[in-house]
Design a binder for this molecule. Structure first.
Ligand code: NAI
Ligand code: PYR
Ligand code: MG
Length: 474
């Protein structure tokens, strides 16, 4: 497997055309391992010219030496080196746009006062009209307190915002859902619940994101009880759905069944607990969870009450010890913890045809290079390796379906249906070790998840509306 992402930088260069040619500059960049992928002329001129060069480099470490070589060229002044990733974040990544222009007094008097008043009163008289006459119909809040942002931990609400904006972009780009990032400057469970309850009238759904365990469980449960719109902690359920989809297909490759495998889940936090529960309901019986202090077992009384409940339903042989100990003989490793916790030696002690899903972000528990040829099926949460097991395959389609059916909740059966729908996109002919899960860019994913979610919402009675394309269907 190859790391295909690399780094892109933008070099702003001022060239003295009497001293240097563009071809010479291209040649130096090439010699230093850079690949020019785009050129913008910022200020043309007869004698001097300023250009922005977007340069892709395979190894981020070479950016400094490349910049130095360019800077040292006669006739070149290196004005600036910008990381394209940072450039894509300048001023934030999303914005609000009006659906209609306000061109005259008549428009103004309809979208705003006085016309708007009769719409307000219509909603006052029938609150259900908020779904058809306001943004509530298509808008989801992406709410975080910044305490478990990717695998970066408690980095605070300001630093969490780029991830939440990113989630909002994905909602829109993938499924047309308008999502609004909301980062809260509080870690207090009661306060978070109160705030989300208070803002709920604006939204058709609440996507909780990167809120650390165990607070996330109570926050989600209490909000689900209090609100009549879907409240979905993405790190729990989005991850569990994509994991199950990946495992259904990986097991076909190795010819094993859910009931026969030993699964080790590393990182018994929000994602690890939800993924474990999903696997148990899919038929896995031999599942061992491992956190910082080793395997979670029944002989220990944990301060974290959620772990006591976890111990009661997992680890049937009451195995104890570190990851290195319990991974022996395992068929599947699922990492939802931190980078570099699984060694190639650990993988060598697993059962034949090991499946390793190293899903920690931004860096996995073990890289494909380290896992090497010992692993039969390998997947990560990242976009630059094959088999991206990331909840982005789930949350856009799940919310698309839930909003379209005006579902009051996202139930277990809706999640299971979504997992099966994602898995089924990869046909038996296509299935192979490096293709167990459809790409995030596969345009069948969102429609398939939406359809499965709506069907199940109607079937289980949580749909409050039957979308047009589902009417008159058997
Ligand atoms: N690929 C994907 O779609 C997703 C990946 N993740 C990743 O999973 C990881 C965990 O995320 P959350 O569950 O939301 O966070 P969390 O904070 O709720 O849970 C993390 C757990 O890992 C445990 N942990 C830390 N060091 C450990 C060690 N040395 N050995 C074993 N366990 C250890 C922590 O004690 C904690 O229980 C993050 O890296 C996150 O990026 C989370 C959600 C989706
Ligand atoms: C993908 C995701 O939600 C996470 O790593 O937290
Ligand atoms: Mg997350």
């Amino acid at each position: 497997m190859r790391f295909e992402g690399g780094t892109s930088v933008t070099l702003r260069v001022e060239m003295d055309k009497q001293k240097v040619t563009f071809a010479e500059l291209v040649s130096v960049i090439g010699q230093q391992g850079g690949d020019i992928v785009a050129i913008d002329v910022i200020r043309p001129g007869r004698k001097t010219e300023i250009r922005d060069l977007s340069v892709s480099v395979v190894e981020p470490a070479i950016v400094d030496s490349l910049a130095k070589a360019v800077q040292e060229m006669n006739g070149i002044h290196l004005v600036n080196v910008s990381d394209r990733t940072f450039l894509m974040h300048l001023g934030g990544k999303i914005q609000i746009q009006s659906k209609q222009p306000i061109k005259n007094r008549d428009d103004l008097s309809r979208v705003y006062t006085p016309g708007v008043a009769k719409v307000c009163l219509a909603i006052r008289d029938d609150i259900n009209k908020a779904h058809s006459l306001t943004i509530r119909r298509n808008t989801v809040a992406v709410v975080s307190d910044g305490t478990a942002v990717l695998g970066l931990g408690d980095i605070g609400p300001h630093a969490a915002m780029p991830v939440m904006e990113g989630k909002a972009m994905l909602f829109k780009e993938m499924a047309g859902v308008d999502a609004f990032p909301i980062c809260l400057d509080t870690k207090d469970t009661e306060e978070i619940i109160a705030i989300v309850k208070a803002i709920a009238p604006t939204f058709g759904g609440i996507n909780l994101e990167d809120i650390s365990s165990p607070r996330c469980f109570e926050i989600e449960r209490r909000l689900q009880e209090a609100l009549d719109i879907p409240v979905f902690h993405d790190d729990q359920h989005g991850t569990a759905v994509v994991l199950l989809a990946g495992l259904i297909n990986a097991l076909k490759i190795v010819g094993k069944s859910m009931s026969d495998i030993k699964v080790v889940v590393c990182g018994i936090g929000a994602a690890g607990i939800a993924c474990s529960r999903m696997l148990l309901s899919a038929g896995v019986t031999h599942l061992v969870g491992v956190d910082k202090e080793g395997a979670i077992h029944k002989d220990e009384k944990y301060e974290n009450e959620v772990w006591n409940e976890y111990a009661a339903i997992t680890n049937p042989r009451n195995e104890k010890g570190s990851l290195s100990e319990v991974i022996r003989g395992a068929d599947v490793f699922i990492g939802l913890s931190r980078p570099k916790l699984l060694s190639s030696e650990n993988v060598r002690t697993m059962n034949a045809d090991p499946i390793v899903f190293a899903m920690a972000n931004p860096d996995p528990e073990i890289t494909p290079e380290e896992a090497g040829s010992y692993v039969r099926v390998y997947a990560t949460g990242r976009s630059d390796y094959p088999n991206q097991l990331n909840n982005v395959l789930v949350f856009p389609g799940i919310f698309r379906g839930a909003l379209d059916a005006r579902a009051s909740t996202i139930s277990e059966s809706m999640k299971l249906a979504a997992a099966k729908a994602i898995a089924s996109i990869v046909t038996d002919e296509e299935l192979n070790e490096e293709y167990i899960i459809p790409s995030v860019f596969n345009d069948k994913v969102v429609p398939a998840v939406r359809k499965a979610v709506i069907q199940e919402a109607i079937h289980s009675g949580v749909a409050r509306k039957v979308p047009g394309d589902f009417r008159n269907l058997d």
